[in-house]
Write a protein that binds this ligand. Structure first.
Ligand SMILES: Cc1cc2nc3c(=O)[nH]c(=O)nc-3n(C[C@H](O)[C@H](O)[C@H](O)COP(=O)(O)OP(=O)(O)OC[C@H]3O[C@@H](n4cnc5c(N)ncnc54)[C@H](O)[C@@H]3O)c2cc1C
Length: 422
């Protein structure tokens, strides 16, 4: 059986890998010249199993209101006329209801744990190198009020089976000595030992390379312009446009949609309404000048929603969320808080003059729970909508989809799509 995976970001490449393992004949299609060149290119680098809570949580609406009008707000809403943005926003509000937020957190935690295990197994098996570090993630709290909630949060993580330890300020500095020069008003942290970090693009590229070595065809610079259907509305392939302008029809027995934020546009003509909207984020990547002054432990600043990962001789700092349609322009006002954050904390560690800014679109569902499983259209499967956690959830989601397509029940307790749901 030939499965065509549409999109070669983290989701697409891992999907192709686990499908190949399950015995399917697989091909990949992407409009870019290589794998992982859109949202999977320069993300925060965190395998953040310890952050299953979605942005849509009971505290979010008040927080967003407080940030309104601030150019440097961690979450910014730029109203568009597009109905999709407003519909998504309303569904986001609905997902903030306590019961829904809890249900989403439980689902994401289960998938994240399974995904971490899959990633470790894959890395050991293939010897993949992607500047990975198994040093955990330290969640930092700069407000006493927020830190007061840390014990309850750590206890909840432990109840999910996720290692989490509350550290006072001194213990944070012991865990990551590079924080010593900049501890300032640090109140304390939560340390998650089982978390990791690494370069998602290097990983995606390396895995795509292994796939090609094994005979999987990656159709590069091939833009999917429409999904094609046959009798009974079954999806039988895709109409594509190649870089030389030629148009072609690629056929398959089944297709998997892994097109990030761009999936809904291609699914809509088939009557499928995928609740995915692009949530823009930014990062900078700068060369490390003084290795001892730059952190090795991956950091999450819980107050400012900024994350930081050491990637070999580079430091990646990422954050901010903006609802601004499909625009990927790098706005100075949005990069500024990231620059200021790293300048204030690690001023002598990196070369900020040579920092490379980047912006990408998180393919986000309102509750941050990805869409994995069979779509309402025969022949079309989904593994998409991973929002803020596409790197963390990649291997677990892809392995689960391969199980579902093989007729097996995935081991992870997660609300996989039932036919006709989406
Ligand atoms: C600033 C930022 C920081 C982040 N930090 C983290 C983090 O620390 N940890 C974490 O777990 N997650 C993080 N994420 C989220 C994570 O990066 C994403 O969830 C993930 O990259 C999404 O992968 P994807 O494969 O679904 O999408 P993409 O990587 O965008 O892949 C989709 C692919 O489809 C292709 N494509 C699109 N349209 C077409 C078309 N019409 N025809 C052909 N090809 C097409 C694109 O070229 C692309 O390669 C972050 C995201 C951002 C923006």
């Amino acid at each position: 059986m030939h499965v065509m995976v549409l999109g070669a970001g983290l989701s697409g490449v891992t999907t192709a890998w686990y499908l190949t393992r399950a015995g399917f004949q697989v091909s990949l299609v992407d409009r870019q010249p290589g794998a992982g060149l859109e949202t999977s290119f320069a993300n925060g680098g965190q395998i953040s199993i310890s952050h299953p809570e979605p942005w849509a949580n009971p505290g979010a609406p008040a927080q967003v209101l407080r940030w309104l009008g601030r150019a440097d707000a961690p979450l910014k809403f730029r109203p568009h006329r597009a109905l999709a943005q407003w519909t998504w926003g309303l569904r986001f509000l609905l997902e903030c209801l306590p019961a829904r937020a809890h249900r989403n957190t439980v689902a994401i935690a289960a998938l994240a744990l399974a995904s971490g295990q899959r990633l470790r197994a894959l890395r050991a098996e293939l010897g993949l190198e992607y500047d990975q570090l198994e040093r955990g993630i330290l969640h930092l709290f700069y407000s006493r009020g927020e830190f007061a909630k840390a014990p309850a949060r750590a206890a909840q993580l432990r109840a999910f089976g996720i290692a989490a330890e509350v550290l006072d300020r001194d213990a944070c500095l012991e865990r990551e000595p590079a924080l010593a020069t900049c501890a300032g008003s640090l109140a304390g942290g939560i340390f998650a030992q089982g978390d990791e970090s690494g370069d998602a693009h290097k990983f995606t590229r390396a895995l795509a390379h292994r796939l090609e070595e094994g005979g999987v065809v990656l159709h590069r610079e091939t833009e999917v312009s429409a999904l094609e259907t046959g009798s009974g509305g079954r999806v039988v392939g895709a109409r594509v446009r190649r870089a030389d302008g030629s148009v072609d029809s690629l056929r398959a027995d089944a297709c998997v949609l892994c097109l990030g934020s761009h999936g809904p546009r291609l699914a809509a003509p088939l009557g499928l309404r995928l609740p995915i909207y692009p949530v823009k984020g930014y990062s900078i990547t700068a060369p490390v000048l003084e290795p001892a002054l730059a952190p090795y432990v991956s950091l999450t600043d819980e107050s400012r929603r900024i994350v930081c990962s050491r990637l070999g001789d580079r430091l990646r700092v990422a954050g901010t969320a903006e609802l601004d349609g499909f625009d990927t322009t790098i706005r100075a006002a949005r990069i500024a808080p990231i620059m200021a954050w790293v300048q204030a904390r690690f001023p002598h560690a990196i070369d900020l003059e040579r920092a490379e800014p980047w912006a990408g679109l998180r393919p986000a569902t309102p509750g941050n729970v990805p869409l994995i499983g069979r779509s309402a259209r025969p022949g079309l499967w989904l593994n998409t909508g991973h929002g803020t956690l596409g790197w963390t959830l990649a291997c677990g989601s892809a392995a689960a989809l391969a199980d579902l397509m093989s007729g097996r029940r995935p081991e992870v307790a997660f609300p996989f799509l039932a036919a006709a749901e989406v």
